[in-house]
Design a protein around this ligand. Structure first.
Ligand SMILES: [Zn+2]
Length: 323
């Protein structure tokens, strides 16, 4: 059984102490390759560097929380990250110049097995050595936290949607409404509908919406990303009957780690750090709700993921991470 985590915030500081080890731990659990979520220009660049060295994949985009930092250079920077061989931070070599590359082990190339595997992947010139970001995002609207003014969120989102249409890249989308009013979903659907004709694929990541909102996503022919949110009896129960309404060909699985640790994996009720390896548990939970085996679910979602992101493992049979 093999799963791909379509959304892990691996550049988050929660992983500063063991970023490389996370890859191995996931691999041992049957999860990989990992797709690192880019949520700001800086993080996207770091994610791309790290992914290239370690045979992983990364998205590039600006999360609605960071929309207020969007400026007239942002689109060009994302465009450059999305093109194969495009400039990442530092030198673009395996040593990469990122703070994260050196994490804990002295040098990027020494010490951990993961670093070795990455070096091999890089040396072999396989998938990610000079790859660009495989999707645009995480982008969208978040009227729940409102960390950026809503008008700026809409502008930042629309610019990235336009870019995805131009570059013919899939979109990794985030949307969260607020109990205080103003429907993020309405604005979200409005922007996507305007450009839908020119867009390829899109995934509404960490879907937590209603039956009607799910319907709206499926009308746009969007994929649906389900996280461990669904495992939360309190917050996720409304999603259980909706799982069966997602066509098997449109379902994708993710952890959104380090966020959203399933409650049953948090001893004593204290929310700890989530990890990609936990995707096995999340998949098992979803499979049970769907009345299918976890192996079947893994097979279906693996295929969906490869198709959605157009991953090189599908085209060549090569596997940069050695999975
Ligand atoms: Zn999100």
């Amino acid at each position: 059984m093999r799963l791909i985590d379509i959304g892990v915030n691996l550049m988050n500081s929660a992983f500063d102490g063991d970023r490389e080890e996370q890859i191995l731990k996931a691999k041992k659990a049957g999860v990989g390759p990992l797709i690192i979520t880019g949520s700001s220009l800086e993080q996207s660049r770091a994610a791309l560097d790290f992914a290239r060295v370690h045979g992983l994949y990364a998205t590039a985009g600006v999360h609605p929380h960071n929309a207020r930092y969007w400026n007239k250079e942002s689109a060009a920077l994302i465009r450059s990250m999305a093109l194969p061989g495009g400039p990442a931070a530092g030198t673009g070599t395996a040593a990469g110049g990122t703070e994260t590359g050196a994490g804990g082990t002295g040098t990027a190339a020494a010490g951990t097995e993961a670093a070795d595997a990455g070096a091999v992947a890089g040396a072999a010139g396989t998938a990610t050595a000079d790859a660009g970001a495989i999707a645009l995002g995480e982008c969208g609207l978040d009227y729940d936290r409102d960390y950026s003014p809503r008008a700026e969120q809409r502008r930042c989102f629309e610019e990235q949607v336009k870019l995805a249409a131009e570059l013919k890249l899939p979109l990794f989308l985030h949307v969260r409404s607020s109990p205080r009013g103003g429907s993020a979903w309405e604005d979200f659907f409005g922007i996507l509908k305007t450009y839908r004709r020119d867009l390829t694929r899109m995934v509404v990541h960490c879907f937590t919406g209603s039956a009607g909102e799910l319907e709206g996503c499926l009308e746009l022919d969007a994929y649906i990303g389900i996280t461990g949110w669904v495992c939360d009896e309190r917050r996720g129960r409304h999603l259980w009957p909706l799982l069966g309404r997602i066509p098997a060909k449109r379902l994708l699985l993710e952890t959104d780690a380090p966020y959203l640790l399933p409650p049953s994996l948090s001893p004593g009720g204290r929310r700890g750090r989530n990890e990609s390896a936990n995707l096995v548990y999340i998949a098992g939970f979803i499979a049970q709700k769907l009345g299918k085996t976890v192996e079947t679910l893994a097979e279906e979602t693996f295929k969906n993921t490869v198709e959605f992101f157009n991953l090189k493992i599908a085209r060549t049979g090569e596997n940069p991470s050695g999975f």
